[in-house]
Design a protein around this ligand. Structure first.
Ligand code: PMP
Length: 441
């Protein structure tokens, strides 16, 4: 391995780090310099087991040669070409490959560059669809408390995290939120889908009673990840689907985390047995080697919008990098790996072992809940009075220093390892987390 230069302290100033405590980081930097398989390596060469697949995204593990080579090859053939009124074959191939994985009938794929762009694109498509079918009164959007749909104005407004909004004032108008589905009194330590909470979908009926036919779409994550792993109660998504269908409302699944095998099937829709009208994806699409996201829609939505305009541009939306050649190449190579290695199948096969290891944390002092599905687990810690999130942050730092990467959100430690994880990794992941929680307590 080439020796990797550690940036000098005064070189840390320029990068304004996203979603970070810049002051703390720059006083005590923890750096990652190389990645391979299940592991990161620090600039000093210390191995860090990746318990988070980067940020829920490197599902096939790190440094996959097939993806690297596909990107290199494409970069040499054609670095960039626009997809506004022009095309290049690899973007069409990538879209067809995504459509092969999405639920039947959801075969139209709009490329974007991130989960946030996917969220805003999905919301705009929903509004454009209603307008194209003569229902331009449908302008209301419904999200859910504790939903995360990225940081664009659409996703931030429809998302249900007050902390993400409070610095910014203005939000999208005409947005409502369903209650979140976390019912700790009834469902704590549930394995997989909890038993209680189907009724929470009824709130959508109340919104329909209030707003009539002005609701355009409801957007939820099949399993909410970023706000601490909230698995939908049994019957809840089915009920949302039914109410949406009854009232002409589009159902949007944000599959940015749950897509590409994370919960044991290509998409959460399949695992949970509910098909939305629109789904967003990103992260695992290219194994995060190149940024890319996508929105898949039903054929009917595409056809309605496209047929709604006799000639000329049909949807006034798109990004310079929509269907970028390098991202398209990375996506195709990633989806080849998914097929060749049956990554969703691997995740499903590992789930029982991972689930047992996660729930064994119930005996760790200070753990007040464990939630899981597929290769996602949330371990909730009792907060330190007056200091929300402080304990979990300390656990994150302790784990890192012990050679394991976890993610924290509030007082919840979230785990989402690459889908190639083996049993000894699972043991090390939870063993180190247990030690860290005890050490911090
Ligand atoms: N939606 C969901 C469900 C996510 O988890 C995320 C990112 N964690 C996003 C959207 C936003 O994705 P990005 O950071 O790529 O914009």
């Amino acid at each position: 391995m080439n020796e990797i230069q550690i940036p000098r302290r005064n070189n840390l100033d320029a990068f304004w780090m996203p979603y970070s405590d810049n002051k703390y980081f720059k006083s005590t930097p923890r750096m990652l310099a190389r990645a391979e398989g299940m592991s990161y390596f620090t600039p000093e060469g210390d191995e860090i087991l990746d318990g988070t697949a980067g940020l829920w995204c490197c599902n096939a593990g790190h440094g996959r040669r097939e993806i690297v080579e596909a990107i290199q090859k494409q970069a040499a053939v054609m670095d960039f070409a626009p997809t506004f009124q022009l095309g290049h074959p690899i973007a069409f191939e990538a879209a067809a490959r995504v459509a092969e994985m999405t639920p039947e009938g959801m075969d139209r794929v709009f490329f974007v560059n991130s989960g946030s762009e996917a969220a805003d694109t999905a919301l705009k498509i929903a509004l454009a669809y209603h307008k194209a079918r003569g229902q331009s009164q449908r302008v209301r959007l419904v999200g859910r408390e504790r939903g995360y749909h990225g940081v664009g104005f659409g996703g931030m407004s429809v998302g249900g995290i007050g902390g993400n909004r409070k610095q910014f004032g203005a939000q999208l108008p005409y947005v409502d939120h369903l209650p979140h589905t976390h019912l700790p009194a009834q469902n704590s330590f549930a394995k997989g889908q909890p038993d209680h909470g189907e009724h929470l979908a009824d709130t959508l009926e109340n919104l329909v009673a209030l707003h009539g036919d002005t609701i355009a779409a409801v957007m939820v994550e099949p399993v909410a990840g970023s706000t601490g792993v909230l698995v939908p109660p049994k019957g809840y998504l089915e009920k949302l689907r039914k109410i949406c269908t009854q009232h002409g409302i589009l159902l949007i699944f944000d599959e940015v985390i749950t897509g590409f095998g994370r919960i044991g099937k290509p998409f959460g829709a399949e695992r949970l047995g509910v098909t939305p009208d629109i789904m967003t994806m990103a992260k695992g699409l290219t194994n995060a080697a190149v940024p890319m996201g996508a929105v898949a829609t039903s054929n009917e939505i595409y056809q309605t919008i496209v047929d709604g305009v006799p000639a000329g541009i049909e949807l006034f939306h798109g990004y310079t990098y929509s269907g970028h050649p390098l991202a398209s190449a990375a996506a195709i190579a990633t989806l080849d790996l998914h097929k060749a290695e049956d990554l969703p199948g691997r995740a499903l096969a590992m789930e029982p072992y991972f689930e047992e290891a996660a729930h064994a944390m119930q005996s760790t002092p200070g753990v007040i809940d464990v939630r899981n599905m597929g290769l996602i687990a949330g371990i909730e810690l009792e907060p330190t009075p007056g200091k929300p999130g402080a304990r979990a942050m300390e656990v994150f730092r302790t784990c890192f220093d012990k050679g394991v990467l976890v993610r924290v959100t509030g007082d919840i430690v979230a785990l989402s390892p690459p889908l190639i994880i083996e049993k000894p990794h699972v043991d090390r992941l939870f063993g180190t987390l247990d030690e860290a929680i005890r050490a911090v307590a």
